[in-house]
Design a binder for this molecule. Structure first.
Ligand SMILES: C[S@@+](CC[C@H](N)C(=O)[O-])C[C@H]1O[C@@H](n2cnc3c(N)ncnc32)[C@H](O)[C@@H]1O
Length: 737
C-alpha cells in the first residue's frame, strides 16, 4: 500500500500513527525529522507498517518527558531535522486526544443519539477502542549502533530483564538496549522488548526516574520469597551435587535415591530449633544437611554449592512414594483437619519456603555462607576446613529464586490486564514484590454473602430499553439515577468535575461528623474485634452506578468505565524512600481518569479479623478495605453481610498503591455494577488531579493513626504530605514533598 505523492504518503503515514493512538502534532514533527534523516527515502519510513516512524515518535515522547537521550551515533534527538513547508498546515491541527491520555480508551460520544432498542442490533456499533488501540501492528526500530557514552559500568543502571519469559506471551529482549542520561549524568540502560504482533505490551519502556519522594527512613524489609526449591534427583541439570554427609549417629548413610554410600563421617553435630521443630545440623562439605528426627520419620534438608535446598523425608517402612503434588495435598488436607482454619495461602510449598528462609536466617554469617566453607586453596577438596561449620546457602537469593521467581517482572499481572504491568527496581535489584496471586477482579474467599441474582435487578436498576451508548442519548437513562439523573462520566470517560469535587470534599473532610454515619446497633467491625468498642463511624460516600448486563446498551457504552478494566499503562516500582513498592503511571493522565479497581478477596469483617489474629506479623502490610459506604442505610448487619476486601494474598495492582495523607492523587469511588445491593460494590480509584508521567500514585487509606497506633497495627507514615496525620512519624518527613 504505497501512496504516490508525498502528501498522500504523509497522510497515509499520519493516519497509521493516528490508528496507533499517537497525536497528530507530534507525528507531523517526527515525520519531518525522519524525512530529513532518511533523505526523503519514504520506503524506510513505510517499511514494516511504519515501524521506524512509530518508534521515532516514542523516542520523541521520551524526550518530551524531559530526559536528555543519547541515540545512535550519539546525536541528540534535538539535532534531527528542520521544518518542512510541505507539512506545515498539518502541524497546526489539534493533537489527538489519545496521546498521553489513558482515559481516552473510553469512546467519545456516539454520533447517533440513544434510541429505543430494536429487536436485534445488526452489528455492534461500538468497537472497544481500548482493544483497537492496543492491538497495534508490529513496530520495529531501525537498528542503531550502541551509543558510546564513556560512562563506567558502575554508573549504569540496567532495568532488569524478565527472568523467565514464557515463549507465547512475553516479549523477547532485543540485543539493543536504550541508554539515557538523566539530569544528574547517570547513565541508565533500558532493555528493549520485541513485541509480538498481538502483544499488548506498551511499546516503549518509560525512560524517566520516578518522581522523587522524600527520603525519610531507611528502606524497610519488604517482599516474600518465592516458593521453595525441591530437587528430585541427586544431581540436577544445574549440576548441583546433592550430598548428605554425616548423620546424627556419625555413621555412613546411603543416598536415598542412588543408594550410594556417603563418604565421610560427621563427628560433631549441632542442633537448633526452627518453628519449634528440633533440627539437627550435620557437618558439611560444600553442602549442608539438616535433619529432623521423629519416631516415625526423618526429615533432612541439604543445601548445594549453588545455594539450592533439598528436602528429604525418610520413612522407616517401605511405603509407595506418592507424587509430589499428591503428597502436598495429603499434608495440606491433614493440616486442615488438624487446625480447622487455615489462611487462604496455606500450602506445604510455602512452609518449605519458610523453612528455607529460616535456614538463611539461621546462618551465622552475614554473607549467607560460612566463610570456612568457601572453596579455597587452603581447604580440602570439598572446600571445607571446619566440620562444625554450617552452610545454608552460598547465595540465598539464588536459592530462593532460581526455580521460579515470585513474579514475572515483565508483567506482574501475568496477562490478566489489557496492558503489561512491568516491575522496576532501580534501588535493590535483587528484591521482587511480595508473593501474591494476581486477580483482576474480586473473588469471594469463603463466607461472604453475595447475592448477585439477576432477578434482584429491577427495571429501575437497569436500562433494558437502551442500546449503543447511553451517554450519547438526549436524556439520561435509569442508571444515572444514582448520580442525580446525570451521568457521572464525561464522554471522554472521565469522572465529571463537579462529581469528583464532591467526592474529594467528602474524603478530605472524612472526620467531619456530617459525612459519617454511626451504627445504631452493634457495629460489625467492632463485633469482630476482641476489644469491642464503640462504632467509629463510616464514611457516607457518593456512588456511581454503571450500566451492566441487564442493560440494553453495549460494552462500549460511556457509562461503563470501571468494568472495562485498566486502560492506563502502569508500572510497579521500588519507591526507594522507605515505603517499599509503589505504583506509577507511564503517561500524563487528566483529573477524573479511572486508574484501577482495588481488587482482592471478599471477606467478612469477621473473617478478616480471624486472619489478622492468626497471622499478625505477616498482615502488618495488609490494608483491608471495608465496603461500608452504605452501612448508613442498614441496621443490624449480619456478620456475613459486613464485607471487606483483602489484597494480601489475592489482589491486583492496587495493592501496590501507597498511602498519602489528605492530598493523595487518587480518590476511591464506590461503583455499583452487578447488584443494586450496596453491601457489595467495586472500589474504583480515579485521579483527583492531573498526574505527571511517572508520578507515584497514592490514595488516602483513611487511617486514623492515633487509633492504629493504639492497636499496635500502624506503619510509620512516610507520605511526605504537609498534611500528614501521623504526628509520631519521623520529624524529618514533616512537610517534605
Ligand atoms: C497496600 S501496601 C502498599 C504497597 C507496599 N508499599 C509494598 O511494598 O507492597 C501498604 C503498605 O505499604 C507501606 N506504606 C504504604 N504507604 C506508606 C506510607 N505513606 N508510609 C510508609 N509506608 C507506607 C506500609 O507498609 C503499608 O502497610
Amino acid at each position: 500500500m504505497r501512496s504516490s505523492s508525498t502528501t498522500e504518503r504523509a497522510k497515509a503515514a499520519l493516519n497509521a500513527m493516528k490508528d496507533l493512538g499517537f497525536g497528530r502534532k507530534l507525528a507531523v514533527k517526527v515525520l519531518k525529522n525522519l524525512l530529513e534523516l532518511y533523505e526523503n527515502k519514504w520506503e524506510l519510513i513505510e517499511d514494516e507498517n511504519y515501524r521506524a516512524f512509530a518508534d521515532a515518535i516514542l523516542d520523541a515522547q521520551v524526550q518530551d518527558n524531559g530526559i536528555r537521550r543519547q541515540v545512535g551515533d550519539g546525536q541528540e534527538m534535538s539535532d534531527f531535522g528542520t521544518q518542512d513547508q510541505q507539512f506545515s498546515e498539518m502541524s497546526t491541527q489539534e493533537a489527538s486526544p489519545l496521546l498521553n491520555n489513558c482515559g481516552s480508551g473510553v469512546p467519545g460520544p456516539s454520533s447517533s443519539s440513544r434510541r429505543r432498542k430494536p429487536a436485534h442490533n445488526s452489528h455492534d456499533e461500538m468497537d472497544d477502542p481500548v482493544d483497537a488501540e492496543t492491538d497495534s501492528p508490529l513496530l520495529k526500530r531501525p537498528r542503531r549502533k550502541q551509543p558510546e557514552t564513556g560512562a563506567s559500568s558502575e554508573d549504569r543502571a540496567i532495568i532488569p530483564m524478565p527472568q523467565e519469559p514464557s515463549p507465547s506471551s512475553l516479549p523477547s529482549p532485543t540485543s539493543e538496549g536504550t541508554r539515557v542520561v538523566d539530569e544528574s549524568g547517570k547513565v541508565i540502560t533500558y532493555m528493549k522488548y520485541r513485541r509480538d504482533v498481538n502483544s499488548k505490551r506498551p511499546s516503549s519502556a518509560p525512560l524517566k526516574e520516578p518522581k522523587a519522594e522524600p527520603d525519610l527512613l531507611p528502606e524497610s524489609n519488604y517482599g516474600d520469597a518465592p516458593l521453595a526449591v525441591i530437587f528430585p534427583s541427586d544431581s540436577d541439570s544445574a549440576g548441583n551435587q546433592w550430598r548428605e554427609r554425616g548423620s546424627q549417629e556419625g555413621s555412613e548413610r546411603e543416598n536415598p535415591k542412588t543408594g550410594a554410600p556417603s563418604t565421610s563421617k560427621a563427628p560433631n553435630n549441632m542442633s537448633s530449633r526452627i518453628n519449634g521443630q528440633k533440627i539437627s545440623i550435620a557437618p558439611c562439605t560444600n553442602n549442608c544437611v539438616l535433619r529432623e528426627e521423629s519416631p516415625c520419620s526423618k526429615l533432612e534438608i541439604a543445601s548445594s554449592s549453588n545455594g539450592q535446598f533439598k528436602l528429604a523425608i525418610y520413612s522407616p517402612v517401605n511405603l509407595p512414594t506418592p507424587s509430589l503434588s499428591d503428597f502436598f495435598k495429603l499434608v495440606e488436607d491433614k493440616c486442615l483437619h488438624s487446625y480447622k482454619l487455615l489462611p487462604a495461602d496455606f500450602s506445604l510449598a510455602r512452609i518449605m519456603n519458610e523453612m528455607c528462609e529460616a535456614l538463611v536466617v539461621h546462618n551465622p554469617s552475614d554473607t549467607g555462607m560460612s566463610s570456612s566453607c568457601l572453596p579455597d586453596e587452603a581447604t580440602d577438596t570439598n572446600g571445607c576446613t571446619d566440620d562444625n561449620a554450617v552452610v545454608v546457602a552460598q547465595n540465598p537469593q539464588l536459592a530462593l529464586g532460581v526455580v521460579r521467581p515470585a513474579h514475572d517482572s515483565s508483567d506482574i499481572a501475568r496477562g490478566e490486564e489489557k496492558f503489561f504491568i512491568p516491575v522496576f527496581n532501580d534501588y535493590t535489584s535483587d528484591e521482587t514484590p511480595p508473593n501474591f496471586a494476581y486477580i483482576p477482579q474480586n473473588l469471594v474467599c469463603d463466607n461472604a454473602c453475595l447475592n448477585l441474582c439477576l432477578a434482584r435487578i429491577g427495571d429501575e436498576n437497569c436500562c433494558a430499553d437502551c442500546y449503543g451508548d447511553c451517554l450519547g442519548g438526549p436524556v439520561s437513562c435509569a442508571c444515572a439515577r444514582e448520580t442525580g439523573g446525570e451521568f457521572a462520566y464525561t464522554s471522554e470517560g472521565l469522572v465529571r468535575r463537579e462529581f469528583m469535587d464532591e467526592c474529594l470534599e467528602i474524603t478530605h473532610d472524612r472526620w467531619d461528623p456530617q459525612h459519617r454515619v454511626y451504627c445504631e446497633g452493634e457495629c460489625p467491625v467492632e463485633r469482630s474485634n476482641e476489644a469491642m468498642g464503640k462504632c467509629k463511624g463510616h464514611l457516607r460516600r457518593k456512588f456511581i452506578k454503571e450500566c451492566w448486563s441487564k442493560c440494553g446498551c453495549n460494552k462500549g457504552c460511556g457509562n461503563r468505565v470501571v468494568q472495562r478494566g485498566i486502560t492506563c499503562q502502569l508500572q510497579v516500582f521500588m519507591t526507594g524512600n522507605g515505603k517499599g513498592w509503589g505504583l506509577r503511571t507511564v503517561d500524563e493522565i487528566p483529573k477524573g481518569t479511572f486508574v484501577c479497581e482495588y481488587a482482592g478477596e471478599i471477606l467478612t469483617a469477621k473473617e478478616y479479623q480471624e486472619r489478622y489474629n492468626q497471622r499478625k506479623a505477616s498482615l502488618m502490610n495488609s490494608q483491608p478495605v471495608l465496603l461500608d459506604a452504605d452501612w448508613a442505610a442498614r441496621s443490624g448487619l449480619k456478620n456475613e453481610e459486613a464485607l471487606c476486601l483483602d489484597a494480601t494474598f489475592y489482589g491486583n495492582v492496587a495493592r501496590f498503591i501507597n498511602h498519602r495523607c489528605y492530598d493523595a492523587n487518587l480518590v476511591e469511588i464506590p461503583i455499583e455494577i452487578e447488584t443494586p445491593d450496596r453491601l457489595y460494590y467495586h472500589l474504583a480509584l480515579f485521579t483527583s488531579r492531573k498526574i505527571e508521567p511517572l508520578e507515584e500514585l497514592t490514595w488516602d487509606y483513611g487511617i486514623d493513626f492515633k487509633e492504629t497506633e493504639r492497636q499496635n497495627r500502624s506503619f510509620k507514615c512516610l507520605c511526605g504530605s504537609k498534611y500528614c496525620r501521623d504526628t509520631k512519624r519521623s520529624r524529618k518527613g514533616k512537610g517534605k514533598q
